[in-house]
Write a protein that binds this ligand. Structure first.
Ligand code: ST9
Ligand code: ZN
Ligand code: ZN
Length: 323
């Protein structure tokens, strides 16, 4: 990337990536499926389908609105919280906002923030290699969900050990989340969305559970996973044509501004994660709102000239350009 890349947080480690690619040629790794996860995800999808049917034909209007709201709240926990605040340190937040984002992130039930960020930092540093937990070179399905259905490649553990996670490990909000993770998930991801609709407007408990809890959880998982699969496969590469991440409008909508993924991998320290306009980048609007009331500060972004220079040097606007 640019001269600025040197002190960029989580830029790809070019030398490591080259070595990992060479080693991969002699790799005889065999996937080891984790049947417990396969069964749990199958059950979740079955429940989510019932929830989808109820959203269309059974649920009250308020429940439909609430279900979408829960997608937004838990999604922001991932985008503004686990991703932009904790994995990338692209801005700073006051304690109350940290606690709020931690709870939102718990609602998304995608592992605790420390584990989520550890995997994500591996993904940026060693993108598309065996040390990338959702390496897209192992196929669309693997990068989408397959990686959660099998044991991790030993390279992830070997290389991941080198990451500095001390900032996360000494954070009391994240330590609290880790300590009480499963009970918190039970309350925040499943009980709270259900109870809110039941006590709020008399929705039936089962309908509320299938829609605002199960369907919403499953949908938010896919919205996130599409960043690893679709946003590494179909789209434009205006900032760097030599990497797999692309600019993807559809996943930007479903993931509240995270689909500008070619930009994000080129400039991972930028809190905006893309140049997408405000309406598409809801997470940026959220962070800017809290900056306006003083709960967010030190937002990092990349200067306009640097972006332009990078585009002119390494970008490409041809759709579906492969490496
Ligand atoms: C989920 C996560 O869905 C989704 C994340 C997606 C990320 C997307 C990023 C895109 C950008 C942002 C866009 C956001 C858009 C959001 C939109 C929202 C609308 N480094 O894991 P274990 C070591 S989760 C270093 O058990 P196995 C470590 O020592 C869904 N070391 O490996 C570890 O021990 P410990 C719900 C590492 O046995 C040990 O290995 N959750 C690393 O191979 C064992 O680790 C689930 O379904 C590393 N990176 O099992 C759970 N990793 O932790 C799924 C491991 O004690 N997970 N080590 O230090 C599992 O069941 C297992 O992890 C497994 C692998 C079966 C997948
Ligand atoms: Zn990232
Ligand atoms: Zn990526």
């Amino acid at each position: 990337v640019d001269d600025l890349a040197k002190d960029q947080f989580l830029a790809q480690d070019v030398e490591d990536v080259e070595n990992l690619r060479k080693e991969a040629k002699h790799d005889n790794f065999k996937p080891q499926y984790v049947w417990r996860n396969i069964a749990l995800f199958a059950a979740l999808h079955f429940g989510a389908l019932i929830g989808l049917y109820q959203l269309f034909f059974v649920a009250k209007w308020l429940t439909v609105g609430w279900t979408l709201m829960c997608w937004l709240i838990s999604g922001l926990g991932i985008t503004a919280g686990a991703h932009r605040l904790w994995s990338h340190k692209s801005y700073k937040a006051t304690k109350p906002l940290q606690i709020f984002l931690m709870l939102c992130q718990t609602m998304a039930f995608q592992n605790d923030v420390i584990e989520w960020s550890r995997d994500h930092r591996c993904h940026h540093k060693w993108t598309d290699t065996d040390a990338d937990p959702h390496n897209v070179n192992r196929g669309f399905f693997f990068s989408h969900v397959g990686w959660l259905l099998q044991k991790k490649h030993p390279k992830i553990k070997e290389m991941g050990k080198k990451l500095d996670l001390s900032d996360l490990e000494r954070d009391p909000v994240l330590a609290f989340q880790r300590k009480y993770y499963l009970p918190l998930v039970l309350i925040v991801c499943f009980l709270f969305p259900t109870a809110f609709a039941v006590y709020g407007w008399g929705e039936s408990a089962l309908v509320a559970f299938y829609t605002a809890a199960l369907w919403r959880y499953c949908w938010t998982l896919h919205a996130t996973w599409f960043i690893n699969s679709a946003a590494h496969t179909f789209g434009y590469k205006p900032y760097d044509a030599n990497i797999t991440p692309v600019e993807s409008i559809w996943t930007t909508i479903t993931a509240f501004g995270e689909g500008g993924h070619n930009y994000h991998h080129t400039f991972p320290q930028d809190y905006r994660t893309s140049e997408m306009p405000m309406l598409l980048n809801l997470t940026k609007a959220f962070i800017d709102f809290f900056a306006a009331i003083g709960w967010v500060y030190d937002r990092k972004s990349v200067a306009e000239e640097i972006i332009k220079r990078q585009k002119a040097r390494a970008g490409d606007m041809t759709l579906l350009k492969s490496q």
